[in-house]
Design a protein around this ligand. Structure first.
Ligand code: LLP
Length: 421
């Protein structure tokens, strides 16, 4: 459920009309709903009720500081994967002891920043990383709390580019080698092993892979405890999918996911962390764009928008489906028209949807992409020298620009000329 609904024939974000925001900030732009962000965070928080737990929002999904602060104020922790994300979370007021640091390529500099600034734990992904973390911790005279990410070799049954839990993926250490790596980790003076981490992929629409992975984590917990390790915390990653197409069957709910967690690892007495990103932010954001032209091809109509693949890369990159709706609700009996919906960037990959049935549109009509809150703005680029588009946050009847559109001059002025030119 989200808070983007038609009212009297016009699309609203909570109590603010999308057309009004468009008039104020211009198109294209991203708009997020505070109520939806909070609702989704609380669904996870409630789903883990009864367990000692922390929901660490995977801020890679949407990392504007206003979004981070909204969730942080509600009690969320953060899952970060770079120094930039770490510093962004800190800038948004998240205390270090609510930040977990994931990722397979943490550099010594990134580790130093987090160890100095405060961190809840590092999710270590390899032995070489463990060695660097140990060395930096000793150099700083601190002890780094760690979990080790295991790769459970489970098929997440999702898009190949976002599956992470098969043995051929680059993530974690093979679960078969876990005992040896934990034994080695326990000898390192700069580290304190506190738990196990797992994350098997993103946009999972079936709970069975979670169940398999978490069952393996539970077995491993018992084995490692038997080896003398204190396993007090389990980080179970993110990955629960969202409904992208209204026509499709909805994926399982956070409460069903919570039941899997309780069933598989609930008896271990561990503190549980999860790292959802997409389910919190995905359906809390829209991309709003305007029709520039409608153009007739040989056998099809092209709807040319002012948003492009540089603003929302998911369709080009993962063949992702996003529902696309008009901001002004069509009259009930309107007959649909079929369009290829494209952006202005100079490559055919800049296609959002083919043969999509839509109410007929004309130039200047406003169009909304649904489910664009996660992996939308954060994956944008300035390809074709198109400036990054603004982000807007709505809260009931208020809205605020939370990242403004840069001017062309600001974008161009970032280049510097070498002395010889
Ligand atoms: N934790 C770790 C270690 C992750 O790698 C990820 C996502 C998450 C948590 C959050 O997963 P979520 O709950 O959002 O599924 N750009 C792609 C998605 C990439 C996901 C990468 N890792 C897309 O647009 O579909």
């Amino acid at each position: 459920m989200d808070h983007f609904l038609y009212r009297d024939g016009a699309l609203y974000a909570e109590d603010v009309s999308i057309s009004e925001i468009a008039a104020a900030v211009g198109t294209p732009f991203y708009v997020y709903s505070t109520a939806t962000l909070l609702r989704h965070f609380r669904l996870f928080d409630d789903a883990l009720e009864g367990l000692d737990h922390l929901v660490c929002y995977a801020m890679k999904a949407a990392s504007n500081q206003a979004i981070i602060k909204t969730l942080g104020d509600a009690g969320a922790g953060m899952d970060v994967v770079s120094q930039g994300e770490y510093l962004r979370a800190r800038a948004a007021g998240i205390p270090g002891n609510r930040i977990v640091f994931s990722g397979i390529g943490k550099t010594a500099e990134e580790i130093r920043t987090a160890l100095t600034g405060g961190i809840r734990q590092f999710n270590v992904e390899s032995e070489p990383e463990m060695a660097v973390l140990n060395a930096v911790a000793i150099e700083l005279g601190v002890i780094a709390p760690i979990t080790i990410r295991v790769n459970p070799d489970v098929d997440a049954r999702t898009h190949a580019k976002i599956a992470t839990g098969k043995s051929e993926n680059k993530f974690g250490i093979p679960i078969s080698r876990a005992r040896a790596v934990y034994a080695h980790g326990a000898t390192l003076k700069g580290l304190k092993i506190i738990g196990i981490d797992v994350h098997i992929g993103s946009q999972l629409t079936d709970l069975a892979p979670f169940e398999q992975a978490y069952t393996k984590v539970a077995e491993l917990t018992e084995i490692l405890r038997g080896d003398g390790h204190e396993i007090t915390r389990l980080d179970l990653g993110g990955g629960l999918g969202i409904p992208y197409a209204h026509s499709n069957q909805a994926p399982p709910l956070p409460t069903d996911y919570g039941a899997v967690i309780k069933r598989t690892v609930g008896h271990l007495g561990c503190e549980i962390e999860i790292e959802p990103g997409r389910l919190i932010a995905g359906n809390a954001g829209l991309l709003i764009t305007k029709v520039i032209y409608v153009k007739s091809g040989e056998d099809r109509e092209f709807m040319i928008l002012d948003a492009a693949m540089n603003d929302l890369i998911r369709p080009a990159m993962y063949d992702a489906h996003h529902d696309i709706i008009p901001v002004i609700e069509p009259a009930p009996a309107t007959l649909p028209q079929t369009y290829d919906i494209v952006g202005p960037v100079c490559e055919s990959g800049d296609t959002f949807a083919r043969d999509r049935a839509m109410p007929p549109v004309v130039a200047d009509d406003l169009i909304a992409f649904r489910s664009a809150g996660a992996y939308g703005a954060v994956m944008a680029s300035e390809y074709n020298s198109r400036p990054l588009i603004p982000e807007v946050l709505v809260n009931e009847d208020q809205f605020a620009v939370i990242r403004r559109r840069p001017t062309y001059q600001e974008m161009i002025n970032r280049d510097t000329m070498p002395a010889w030119l």
